[in-house]
Design a protein around this ligand. Structure first.
Ligand code: SF4
Length: 347
């Protein structure tokens, strides 16, 4: 498997150009082609000797589109194939205030949350920074005429903070003026809660939005649906979120999937009130997106709004999130799993 050219940061491109004895401006030429997700055949402004050397060592497009499913609300779920045949999902979400792309950072996931299709087959491997970037670059190119991409959400398959080095490199690359130049404030990172990495993210200068997938306010309940709850307590995780806020002054987001009869009672409101006291946060309530092989049920829309009102009553900022693309295998990992199953049946 060749190294993706888009794995190289601008600094690394400068070093490559210098070591090859080429003039400095070649780094800008390369960065432009990378940002446009061009194939080597489009590098026509570079001398043939340069392109030939690059082709020997690097891969121009590490992801190819395998299939896509378009939703009636304009969301598009892409399934990409990596150089080594793995499948990766990304989603384009159109918004009047700026389109966003939700990217995956791992092939599969080790976290094993019971409501999530991404962890169904476990973790296969981390994606490189370039493979994460390629998802956004491909979609930005594909949706150029629809306004391109203005926001990035790291909420696809995998746990970004469990693939920390590639995640932070990806964030630095995507926010670079030499790449898509996405504003740092327009980048959201989701975590299931790895305290030391939450703090490291703040120390490394991340000032985007940090979203914690909490989903239950007590360790006892959380352990029933999220394997990571066996490693860290909710108190430790919320402590790290408080430290993140203190360092960045950025309000954090608490993601809370509403599961019928499990975490949507008045008792849960009281636990949330205790846990989140004094934390500058907003709670996103997400009615559970049904996934294949999971018996949990979403609560009704009416109940979700009533739960939201009760959180307001408890002094907690909250909204019920609209879930886009649910008519096209909306929960992350489902399109991939269904494709893998179809392949198995055929062979
Ligand atoms: S919800 Fe996130 S952390 Fe949990 S299994 Fe799915 S991708 Fe992994």
């Amino acid at each position: 498997m060749k190294t993706p050219l888009c794995d190289l940061s601008y600094c690394e491109l400068e070093t490559l150009v210098k070591q090859s004895g080429e003039p400095k401006y070649r780094a800008d030429q390369l960065a432009k082609h990378i940002a446009a997700y061009d194939g080597f055949e489009m590098f026509t402004d570079l001398p043939k000797r340069c392109t030939a050397t690059l082709e020997n060592a690097y891969c121009d497009r590490p992801l190819t589109e395998r299939t896509r499913v378009e939703s009636s609300d304009g969301a598009v779920r892409y399934l990409f194939e990596t150089q080594d045949g793995d499948l990766v999902e990304s989603v384009f979400l159109p918004h009047g205030y700026g389109n966003s792309v939700c990217v995956s950072c791992q092939v599969g996931c080790a976290m094993g949350c019971v409501f999530c299709a991404s962890g169904y087959y476990g973790l296969k491997r981390n994606l490189s920074a370039g493979e994460i970037l390629a998802q956004a670059l491909y979609i930005a190119r594909d949706k150029k005429d629809d306004g391109g991409v203005r926001k990035i959400v790291m909420m696809g398959s995998g746990s970004p903070l469990a693939n920390y080095d590639n995640t932070i490199k990806f964030i630095r690359m995507i926010t670079s003026p030499k790449s898509l130049n996405i504003g740092m404030r327009s980048v959201s990172v989701s975590t299931c809660g790895i305290p030391d990495k939450i703090i490291k993210l703040a120390d490394d200068g991340f000032t985007g939005t940090l979203s914690l997938s909490l989903h239950a306010a007590t360790d006892e309940k959380r352990k029933k649906i999220m394997r990571v709850a066996n490693s860290y307590t909710v108190r430790e995780i919320i402590g790290a979120m408080r430290e993140f806020f203190d360092k960045t002054r950025r309000r954090v987001v608490i993601e809370y999937i509403l599961i019928d009869g499990f975490n949507d009672t008045d008792g849960d409101i009281s636990e949330l009130k205790k846990l989140l006291k004094g934390l500058c946060c907003h709670v996103n309530l997400i009615p559970l997106n049904p996934t294949d092989g999971c018996d949990l049920k979403p609560c009704s829309k009416k109940h979700a709004y009533a739960f939201c009102d009760k959180l307001h009553g408890a002094g907690i900022s909250a909204t019920v999130r609209r879930s886009m693309g649910s008519d096209v295998a909306g929960a992350c990992g489902q399109l991939k799993n269904r494709t893998v199953e179809q392949q198995r049946k055929k062979s």
